[in-house]
Design a binder for this molecule. Structure first.
Ligand SMILES: Nc1ncnc2c1ncn2[C@@H]1O[C@H](COP(=O)(O)OP(=O)(O)OP(=O)(O)O)[C@@H](O)[C@H]1O
Ligand SMILES: [Mg+2]
Length: 276
């Protein structure tokens, strides 16, 4: 029997649409697959019929580029939502993927951390605009920059949970205690219900013994938090952003695309939502 999604259930019973589940994709290490995971996991969920939003909170704007949003069409973006008083709905753009929308980022955001320092609500800005808006999505993913600065703190305060991508390489666990301490600190003082939703191993190379060793170490450390699906290192995954497409649209048959399809179904299962 196919279980109803929360939205279908709400439609049938006439109850209000449930609030979106907000997941921040965080790792202060650069280049570990945060953006790739944000773009492709969100696409996997949208392809399953689940309305999904990506918020690009990285001044590099890679998620926006990877989802085909031209730099010239980011006039209202995450910076204006957080700091410019723009209505969050005016910043939302459709992507090539049905049911997947994005709030893009631009370089404007690079000054945000400095501007926020003097603000007494500096860690709460995103939360203050996101939660009351009750946007009509089942999932919202926030793609964070490679730091634990104020932008990432805003994501951690606004989110229900954190998804941590870890690259299968020697230094994967380095810096992790700092990340976990930060999550604990946010939990204690700013967002008590914050939790680690999961850990996803990225750029796994089965020909490389080190990848297996790292995967084993990460599983020993995080236990069941680690998703079974490991994202393989795949040229198709790395090529797709230059075409402004998620890998599922670029080459659906590729191992990378398939891995993100599996990851999306694992995420839905873990979140207690079935594929419609
Ligand atoms: N599974 C993969 N196979 C091959 N290349 C990958 C894979 N995942 C990510 N990459 C490539 O690795 C690089 C870093 O990935 P990505 O941009 O997703 O990391 P990030 O953590 O978001 O980086 P940053 O910290 O700079 O925001 C990119 O060039 C991306 O295309
Ligand atoms: Mg990134």
């Amino acid at each position: 029997m196919t279980q109803l999604t929360a939205t279908q259930d709400a439609e049938l019973t006439g109850s209000a649409t449930p609030a979106p589940r907000i997941i921040a994709i965080v790792n202060q290490k650069g280049g570990v697959g945060k953006t790739t995971t944000a773009v492709n996991l969100a696409t996997g969920l949208a392809a399953s019929g689940v309305a999904t939003l990506v918020i690009d909170l990285d001044p590099q704007g890679n998620a926006s580029t990877g989802l085909g949003i031209d730099r010239n069409s980011r006039k209202v973006n995450s910076y204006h939502v957080m700091l410019g008083g723009a209505d969050i709905r005016t910043a939302i753009q459709k992507t090539l993927v049905p049911k997947l929308d994005i709030i893009p980022a631009s370089v404007d955001l690079s000054g945000a951390e400095v501007e926020l320092v003097a603000d007494s609500h500096r860690e709460h800005r995103l939360n203050q605009v996101l939660k009351p808006a009750n946007l009509p999505y089942q999932f919202i993913f926030i793609d964070c920059p490679p730091s634990l600065g104020l932008l990432t703190l805003n994501a951690l305060v606004a989110a229900h949970a954190v998804l941590v991508p870890l690259q299968c390489e020697f230094y994967a666990l380095e810096g992790l205690s700092h990340l976990i301490r930060t999550i604990e600190r946010v939990k204690r003082s700013l967002n008590p219900s914050l939790e680690i939703q999961g850990v996803v191993l990225t750029m796994y190379d089965r020909r490389n013994n080190l990848s297996d060793q790292v995967a084993t170490d990460v599983r020993n450390y995080f236990g069941a938090k680690v998703y079974d699906t490991m994202i393989p290192r795949s040229v198709r995954v790395s090529e797709s952003p230059s075409f402004g497409k998620p890998v599922m649209l670029y080459d659906f048959q590729s191992a990378g695309a398939q891995a993100y399809v599996y990851l999306a179904s694992e995420v839905l299962k873990r979140e207690g939502r079935m594929v419609p």
